[in-house]
Design a protein around this ligand. Sequence first.
Ligand code: FES
Ligand code: FES
Length: 181
Amino acid sequence: MQYRVLMRVNGRPVERETEPRTLLVHLLRDELGLTGTHVGCDTSQCGACTVLMDGRAVKSCTVLAVQADGHEIVTVEGLADSVDAALRYGGLHPLQEAFARAHGLQCGFCTPGVLMAGADLLSRNPDPSEADVREALEGNLCRCTGYENIVAAVRLAAELLRERQQAGAGRPAAHAAGGGD
Ligand code: FES
Ligand code: FES
């Protein structure tokens, strides 16, 4: 039996017929071609499949596609577009920029999931402590970095976001809307 699923993915409406057992991660990767969302385990432990559902980080290997019906999904491909252009640099979300600057990745396999978990954290906490970051990322495993640079990158992203939000708040509205990247 097939079910009709209607959701928004990275700001665009998506409608699909899918089996009730289809996982959201498989719909994203296999049907929509959004292969930035990774599958790193079959035990729901690694977090490589993390996406935002209505702004909250979820492991898309633990969500059925039919459960996403009516919801807003953001994957790593849509991360930069999830913030105002004035907050980006070179088209990158501040988290992506910070991971590049702080060397927050090595092989990059875990990185999409870490970025999405970080985005959830920063939407709730604009100035996270090291402990806050470690707690928010406890569901994301990295086999390469040792986590030090990941934590530093998320805190740098928070700093970049705060700086740009303050700079934007001080600008005339028309100017702020027009630039920044
Ligand atoms: S693939 Fe989802 S937690 Fe590992
Ligand atoms: S950078 Fe390789 S798994 Fe995290």
